[in-house]
Design a protein around this ligand. Structure first.
Ligand code: MOS
Length: 699
């Protein structure tokens, strides 16, 4: 009997719901101090004075760290690229509003907060620009977009194909600045003990954080330990080292006491990455039957003055549709804003809103069914590389989704279905996300009692990774899951890829299988216990190359639009996915549904508004930054189709990000079907609906 593919409740579920599970902000130590970051209130300039003498006499205050007195940090830390956000309290320069200018350290959280609120900071402001626009004169073409992918991809003669197309779409779609708000804010506790830096930190990859801290503090990696036993959501915001770990370690170094730093919601709006706004122009040229001849996707977006992260909204075009000519491009402008970074489905989430809305518009223009149009443009080879896919089961997602949703009975004409003051409509969109594998180290130990302990620097950020890895180990060892002890999230366990890019379960799972298989093979001829096997999959992963391996999906939405208030209510969401082998249907379903909820939130609610006058946000809190809550979330159905793909021998593709991809387009397409009005700007707020009155249907 296989443990793989069977629903299993989270191993740590009881601990979490009873409060026994300890998160980074919960873990205490003797003599613990609390640090509170003080953030810059101007977006560009210099610090001219910090009034430490005002707050040092306040109750409980122990120290105020700032650029004039803090420990010097070594430059160059950062995962994949040096991250200037880690060079904290090193100089007087202000690169954006919300940059930490000081850390107030006190005996209690409240004392630290009170002193931080009272700390006088004087600035010399310089002229700033925080306003993104697709017409910004500072836009330039970057060499690369996220993770060193080419910014420009082109083949064929786009102009000629557009000129020869009988149907041409040319539209611009916009998405706003969107921000991370995981349930657990970022938190870290650091202490120096016996020459070793010991950090408990909320992150997606303890090993990478340990590496960064070693670099910053000029330590040998063996002198740093980072643990993150429980993480309450992350979504990319905790993928890399964030200021709490660095600030806590700096303060602990200076004060010789353990220090905890927990971010507030307002802190999170500038310090943990965000999805930058995009303006995406799409031009599609097609024959009358909808066959694509020309496909162009040009994204304009913003980045920071200190770091060039470029949201790769165009990369969906490397995977989705065949066209005789393809052109993908990105433009970016450096503004005096925080550094944008990964947020669930970076690239695919905003990019699919534009592309999958455009495909719906093209279907309308060609008089084609949206699913039939997509199937007509299925590529034989990956459009971006010309290489074959390891598997591509998107048609099965369309077919199964259409069957379950009742798509075939749909009248494609918009604006016809009325229920009292509500207009009803349905829409769909495709989804895709890479299913890649990265190296990891795993160690399996046969214990004297016949159980097995597995150690791997994996992170369970709420996904159920700990449980899935236990099931994977159980299958490889042919033991019941109860006989496995899965220890994760400790940098002492060795290098392993972080829980990002939907890498986790496939990458750690492969290492766990290798370690457990090796252990099992050698158990019979070794009598002594404990007996340990350690593996690293770096060579194996490298030998596998970087194949065109992708997960796919089809998203379906039914909406009701209130013609009086402009409110959009989602009534039903259905997602059908091809995500390789599913280890734990229970937690995978939750993860995909969670992504779909965020897609709903992206479609209808989320928008951070920047104030050009102050350079900061007008709504850096959960009162002003709206996101979907329980009452907004309708029945969500999640399912998957058979998707055998052994490019990773475990067959796992990963399900972390694909759930959000395409959902906003499916909802926008359903709003069009309900009202006859096309919304090309997210979020589709009541104000936007009312400013484009529904019911006016253009033929
Ligand atoms: Mo995901 S945005 O790569 O953590």
């Amino acid at each position: 009997m296989s443990a793989f593919g069977t629903g299993h409740v989270r191993i740590e579920g009881r601990d979490k719901v009873t409060g026994a599970a300890r998160y980074s902000g919960d873990i205490s130590a003797d003599g613990l101090l609390r640090g509170w970051p003080v953030l810059a209130t101007i977006p560009r300039g210099r610090i001219t004075a910090i009034g430490t003498e005002t707050v040092l006499p306040m109750p409980g205050v122990v120290a105020v760290l700032h650029h004039g007195n803090s420990p010097r940090l070594v430059a160059g830390a950062g995962w994949t690229d040096p991250d200037p956000n880690l060079q904290l309290l090193q100089d007087d320069r202000i690169p954006y509003a919300g940059w930490p200018v000081a850390l107030v350290v006190a005996e209690t959280f409240e004392q630290a907060r009170a002193a931080a609120m009272s700390l006088p900071v004087e600035y010399e402001a310089q002229p700033w620009d925080v306003t993104f626009s697709a017409a910004h004169p500072g836009l330039y073409t970057p060499q690369e977009v996220n993770l060193h992918q080419p910014s420009e991809i082109a083949h064929g003669d786009l102009d000629a194909e557009l000129a020869g197309s009988s149907v041409v779409l040319d539209q611009t779609y916009t998405t706003p600045e969107e921000h991370h708000n995981a349930m657990e804010p970022h938190a870290a506790m650091a202490r120096w003990a016996a020459g070793r830096l010991d950090v408990v930190d909320s992150n997606q990859g303890a090993f990478a954080v340990a590496q960064d801290l070693a670099t910053l503090f000029a330590l040998d990696l063996s002198q740093v330990r980072v643990r993150s036993e429980h993480v309450g959501g992350a979504f990319g915001s905790k993928a890399t080292t964030r200021p709490p770990a660095v600030l806590a370690a700096m303060a602990a170094l200076v004060l010789h006491r353990p220090v905890r730093v927990v971010l507030t919601r307002r802190h999170m709006f500038s310090l943990v990455g965000y999805r930058p706004p995009t303006s995406q122009r799409i031009r599609l040229g097609a024959d009358p039957d909808g066959s694509l001849r020309a496909y162009e996707h040009i994204t304009a977006t913003q980045t920071a003055t200190t770091f060039e992260y470029v949201e790769p909204a165009g990369i969906v075009g490397k995977v989705m549709y065949a066209a005789d000519a393809l052109r993908i491009g990105h433009r970016v402008v450096r503004l005096d804003v925080p550094i944008p970074k990964w947020m669930r489905g970076p690239g695919e989430a905003p990019g699919s809103f534009a592309l999958e809305s455009a495909m719906d518009e093209l279907a309308q223009m060609c008089g084609a069914d949206p699913i039939a149009l997509r199937i007509r443009n299925e590529p034989l080879l990956a459009p971006g590389s010309g290489r074959p896919f390891t598997s591509r089961n998107v048609i099965a997602c369309y077919t199964e989704g259409a069957r379950r949703f009742g798509w075939d009975a749909r009248d494609p004409r918009p604006g016809l279905r009325r229920e009292g003051r509500w207009l009803l409509g349905t829409g769909m969109a495709a989804a895709t996300y890479p299913g890649e594998t990265a190296p990891a180290t795993a160690e399996a130990t046969a214990e004297a009692d016949g159980s097995v302990t597995v150690r791997i620097t994996a992170a369970d950020i709420g996904t159920g990774a700990r449980t899935a890895l236990t099931q994977i180990a159980a299958e490889a060892l042919d033991l019941p899951p109860e006989r496995i002890r899965m220890l994760i999230a400790d940098s002492d366990f060795g290098p392993a890829i972080l829980a990002g890019h939907s890498f986790g379960t496939a990458s750690w799972g492969l290492a766990v299988v290798e370690a457990c298989t090796a252990l099992r093979a050698r158990l019979d001829d070794r009598a002594e216990r404990p007996f340990t096997v350690r593996v690293n999959t770096a060579d194996q992963v490298r030998a596998g190359g970087r194949p065109e391996r992708h997960a796919f999906g089809a998203q379906f939405a039914e909406v009701a639009v209130d013609t009086a208030s402009g409110e959009v209510r989602v009534r039903r969401l259905l997602g059908v996915y091809a995500i390789g082998r599913v280890v734990n249907p229970l937690t995978v379903r939750s993860q995909l549904a969670g992504g779909m909820v965020w897609g709903l939130s992206m479609a209808l609610h989320e928008e951070a508004v920047r104030d050009p006058a102050s350079g900061g946000h007008l709504n850096a809190n959960l009162a002003g930054y709206h996101y979907a809550a329980n009452a907004d979330v309708p029945t969500i159905e999640v399912d998957w189709v058979d998707d055998l793909d052994l490019a990773n021998p475990t067959g796992i593709k990963g399900a972390g990000e694909i759930g959000i991809v395409g959902v906003a387009a499916a909802i926008a397409n359903a709003v069009w079907h309900a009202t006859g009005v096309r919304h090309r700007a997210l979020p589709i707020t009541p104000a936007r609906v009312l400013s484009n009155p529904p019911g006016i249907v253009h033929a």
